[in-house]
Design a protein around this ligand. Sequence first.
Ligand code: ADP
Length: 478
Amino acid sequence: MSVNKQFINGVWVDAVDGHEISLVNPATEEVLSRISFGNGKDAILAIDAADAAFKTWSKTTPYYRAEILKKAANYLRENLDKIAHDMVLESGKPLLEARGEWTVAANLFEWYAEEGKRAYGKVIPTNRVDKRSSVILQPMGVIGVITAWNFPAYNPARAWAAALAAGCTVVAKPSEDTPLSAYHLVNALSAAGLPPGVLNLVIAEASPVGDAMLHDKRVKKISFTGSTRVGKILMDGASRTHTKLSLELGGNAPVVIFDDVDVDEVAKAAAIARFRNNGQVCVAPQRFYIHKNIYDQFAESVKKYVSLLKVGSGFEEGVNVGPLITGKQRDSVFDLLEKTRIEKAEVLTGGHRPHHLDKGYFIQPAVVANLNQSSTLARHEIFGPVLPLFRFDDLEDALHKANDTEYGLAAYAFTNNLKTAIKVSEGLEFGIVGINEWAPHGTELPFGGWKYSGQGHESGSEGLYEYMEKKLISIGGI
Ligand code: ADP
């Protein structure tokens, strides 16, 4: 069985201490391959390489960098069949979703290739005739990028593309649960002519790598996509080391559905949106607040559509929902469901192992009713295939309940009333609000959370500026 390695200074190498782990297919529980698994020592080697490469990469023009990023985008498009296949193997997600994710990853490389050319800065008129002031943007330096497994290509691509376009070099630590997609991203950049050391990949023990990044003064920023729990650990460390952070953390998105909508249509779309990537999405619609006039009708409809979802291997034609990423993740969802049952909630459908599958980390998609604001399913980010239903009376009640969470990433609302749409979008305390749509994100749009959901932004021009320092230049005595 082949062993996948680390990528440091342009070369595939074994982890310093020679340790290996197995990569498991979540749909079959079979070992897919062996992974060279490093620790803090590998991270230091990667930082050495990234620091050395920064001296030349940061001096290249954005036009030069753009050519490489666009070639990488093309490589991903040309190899879509193979790389999407590998993503299904390691993540379990349906092939269609994997193909879509790779397409977005390619688009990110292309978009940042162009946006890097537009890091304009500005000239500021001063109040003195003998003075000229301007602000320029310069690449920060070495960026540590730590990412989660739920979007094995999108999460790294979003940060790598922006950082590389800005002129930074990268030490990347993706999740060891989904390294194959990271290898393909590295291969794409490598084939596109990225110079050695500009992008380094370390698949390794999380905490020692995080510590190495935090304590090494050459790492100017850590970009992290993952749980609020780990985000807090990094904030704690950064408070002592002064490392800058961009944090994309957890969410607990409310969906407010008013009584003027086509109930069956919204329920049908909700059953798809909620279970995209098996609910393992930080912007996943989670807490469904339904107006009291349509609650029963919505519950009936959504139960019908959710029970029609096809669960199985991501390779199977027509499958909507694959396995969860690990046995641990599946068990954490079962635990939440168990607590919910103890709280006297009513599971309308699903919530058990699918009867036709005896291997793999599957859960039959669930709809749960009879919940309130203190229910476990209202308080916790579920990250799994469960759709909880809540009731609200009016706009004020909906906003109060929707905002009653420590998270502030995404929120959704459905209404055909313009006034309601404006009031609800302005009243929701979240960084991303979708009105009458389930996908309020895109390569060109800023993505970031309020409250415990993070700090800073990814994607859009905001995502580029996260990796650039502003410098004021003031010239006097003119
Ligand atoms: P999950 O447990 O769902 O993978 P995490 O937030 O723990 O979510 O993981 C996101 C990423 O953060 C992964 O690459 C993981 O290995 C990494 N990670 C976990 N713990 C730490 C830590 N203490 N320091 C730095 N990175 C960490």
